[in-house]
Design a binder for this molecule. Structure first.
Ligand SMILES: O=C[C@H](O)[C@H](O)COP(=O)(O)O
Ligand SMILES: C=C(OP(=O)(O)O)C(=O)O
Length: 449
């Protein structure tokens, strides 16, 4: 173990430039909220983070595939049993499609149980000539366009912790208590099958899984093997006061883990090598991700590896690329080439959402399903050409029938966006679009192997 790993300073980030941090009115309120957080129990355990690291090491070796997704911005009101179950159900259905149709183990990671803070392009939002602070996620302020709601309120950090705990508790119950049992693959689809081509296609696949399970039962394979699934949580480690307050020293190893989630990532806007986010995440031992946008150079990627994974620990670092459909085929190859030449173990995951956002004439932020698909196709093409492993996808989706992204099986058009536009920030794939995507990704994966 290098000196860098065995010694740590969890407050060294405080002397570095920290972008995208909320301006709080009263430092005393921040101190009080973070002191309360520091005394609360961990949301995840260090051993679970290590287990995810092992799974991600398998992804980097080309032996597994990541499915990471959830809301763009979780909301406090969304920490309900129905909303969490619907999201999880969609994630499980996508994972089943990928596992069965692409014959690959799927590492399931929610953008759930902590995705309550958002980086923004502008510090303010203006409506009808009135400018207020931008909404930065429920952990910071409220979505409603009033001065009261938009005030940055540190007590929301504590509420974000409690909503994360509720969400994770539900996720643990659903994924280990029988709901995620593979023998329930039909049941997850029941409310969906009739009116949806994606649901019908899924139903046929679930029938094949039934036959495979019957075959395995006949071979005396214990059906309890399929009773539960491993599920991990993740979010962008944006508000450093929150992440710092939830970082604890693991009694087994004496090393720091950020126990707010199994995996945390650094966003495209905060990945500056000398910035506070890289400095803080360098110190913790969780598996971590970094978003890489179209301006990333191969040297930037190598420098991030040196800083964040100096010991080249397998599973430690995932690069989540978000180039945009028009840039992926040119932008990704130099990065993958240089990183693989360096020999560093990296899991490559494609975020086909964040490089493909545009504003519809109605003013809604949206994304075209075809662009999302095209970026994933480009990701697979690049990896196939270079002989490297396309390690997974990272998406924003919801389990509900929202109308936020255009295209897909139900052919949502720009004029439909107002019907069910419910996101607190960026547009998400709905359930049908998510399942369509899973089938298409499974086909692409099969062709790459
Ligand atoms: O989800 C990502 C970012 O927070 C989001 O794209 C920023 O959106 P904005 O450009 O509307 O601030
Ligand atoms: C802000 C996000 O993405 P990016 O950092 O890639 O823009 C996000 O994933 O919520």
């Amino acid at each position: 173990m290098s000196t860098e790993q065995s010694t740590f300073d969890l407050d060294s980030w405080r002397t570095r430039p920290a972008l995208q941090q909320p301006q709080w009115d009263d430092p005393e309120e921040v101190r009080s909220a973070t002191a309360e957080l520091a005394g609360l129990p961990p949301l995840v355990f260090a051993g679970e983070c290590d287990q995810l690291k092992e799974r991600l090491a398998a992804v980097a070796r080309g032996e597994a595939f990541v499915l990471q997704g959830g809301d763009c911005a979780e909301t406090f009101s969304g920490a309900s049993a129905d909303a969490v179950r619907n999201k999880l159900k969609t994630l499980l259905q996508m994972a089943v499609v990928l596992t069965y149709a692409a014959s690959v183990p799927v590492v399931k990671i929610g953008r759930m149980g902590g995705q309550f803070a958002k980086p923004r392009s502008k510090p303010t939002e203006t409506r009808d000539g009135v400018a207020l602070p931008a909404y930065r996620g429920d952990a910071v302020n409220g979505l409603e366009f009033t001065p009261q709601a938009r005030r940055n309120d540190p007590s929301r950090l504590v509420r974000a912790y409690h909503c994360s705990a509720v969400t994770l508790n539900l996720c643990r119950a659903f994924t280990t208590g029988g709901y995620a049992d593979l023998r329930q693959a039909h049941a997850w689809n029941q409310d969906f099958v009739a009116g949806s081509p994606a649901g019908q296609r899924y139903e046929r696949l679930a029938g094949e899984i039934d036959r495979a399970l019957s075959f395995m039962a006949a071979c005396k394979i214990d059906p309890e093997e399929f009773h539960g699934v491993e599920f991990y949580s993740s979010h962008e480690a944006l508000i450093l006061e929150y992440e710092r307050a939830l970082t604890r020293i693991d009694a087994r190893t004496g090393l720091p883990y950020d126990v707010s989630a199994h995996m945390v990532w650094i966003g495209e806007r905060t990945r500056d090598l000398d910035g506070a986010h890289v400095e803080f995440l360098r110190q913790i031992r969780n598996p971590i991700g970094v978003k890489l946008g179209p301006t990333t150079s191969p040297d930037d990627a190598l420098a991030l590896i040196d800083r964040l994974n100096p010991d080249r620990e397998p599973g430690r670092l995932t690069f989540i690329t978000r180039m945009g459909a028009g840039r992926i085929r040119d932008g990704l190859p130099p990065l993958v080439e240089k990183v693989s030449q360096s020999g560093a173990p990296v899991a490559w995951v494609c975020d086909p959402m964040h490089g493909n956002t545009f504003e519809a004439p109605s003013g809604h932020k949206t994304r075209r399903f075809d662009d999302v698909l095209d970026e994933v196709a480009g990701f697979f093409e690049v990896h196939r050409a270079l002989g490297t492993h396309p390690g997974g996808i990272h998406i924003e989706f919801t389990g509900d029938d929202v109308t936020e992204c255009v295209g897909g099986g139900h052919e949502i058009v720009e004029d439909d966006l107002h019907q069910r536009y419910e996101t607190a920030c960026d547009p998400r794939l709905n359930r049908s679009q998510s399942l369509d995507l899973a089938f298409m990704v499974a086909e692409m994966y099969r062709e790459t192997r």
